[in-house]
Design a protein around this ligand. Sequence first.
Ligand SMILES: NC(=O)c1ccc[n+]([C@@H]2O[C@H](COP(=O)([O-])OP(=O)(O)OC[C@H]3O[C@@H](n4cnc5c(N)ncnc54)[C@H](OP(=O)(O)O)[C@@H]3O)[C@@H](O)[C@H]2O)c1
Length: 256
Amino acid sequence: MDLQLKNRRCLVTGASAGIGLGIVEALAQEGALVVATGRRGDKLGEIADSLALKGCARPAVVTGDITDAGAVKRIAAEAAEAFGPIEILVNCAGGSRPVTPEAGDDAWEESFYLNFMAARRMTAAVLPPMRKAKWGRIINITGLMEPRALTPEHGALSAGVAMKAATHLWAKGLSRDLGRDGITVNNVPPGRIDSEQVERLYSDEFRREESRNIPMGRFGQPRDIGVLVAFIASPLAQYITGTVIPVDGGLSFYGA
Ligand SMILES: NC(=O)c1ccc[n+]([C@@H]2O[C@H](COP(=O)([O-])OP(=O)(O)OC[C@H]3O[C@@H](n4cnc5c(N)ncnc54)[C@H](OP(=O)(O)O)[C@@H]3O)[C@@H](O)[C@H]2O)c1
């Protein structure tokens, strides 16, 4: 199936590692023109070089801290300068934030700006040309809506999961307002996917334990998210909007 992504202009946040990297690879291999953003320019440069060596269009690299409102505007502007106005935005930057019931505002605010506001601000920044063109794709990488303990040391309460839940409802409202402009808005909550974050947070023992809870019997790979994102980004997926589509090896009971 030709996903018709050749020369489509994409911006992927959180592109320097893990799931975001899997998404960049999937889109670039479909012929898309990708702008990859994150804080680590060296990593992004290596990724761009390696994709160019594989015959893909070399992704453009834009760096910045996405929790900062000014940086989001600059990233969006530089991304549009790279190949032209963004047609496909993938909001992937984020991270799990286990907290205790007593956690203070600082922990919650950090997660709010990283896991919710960054996506909302970036979307607002790239929307005007999409609306004018009457075509666009907004895809948020969110999280399952069934809170689970991240490690044996942590409880199930997470400032990350709560912000991902907020993203689902923000995206739903947005999808209703943008449908007539030919813009789709969708969410992809990963289950347990191998990434830098997972490597950092999970012990081998917890990983083995947790794999027993996954019907597929193992953690997923960033590529498993990338292939769905590429499909939702495609012009073929024109009638899919306002959805939450998990990629979790069957981990969740109720979808998301
Ligand atoms: N892996 C999972 O099992 C899982 C499960 C549920 C949800 N998710 C969600 O999936 C997304 C990707 O997760 P991951 O596991 O792949 O994470 P990861 O391996 O830690 O990668 C996170 C990415 O986000 C970027 N990032 C983090 N903070 C940033 C900031 N302040 N400004 C700009 N970029 C920032 C990082 O780039 P730099 O460090 O270069 O800035 C990196 O590219 C996240 O939204 C996460 O919540 C993942």
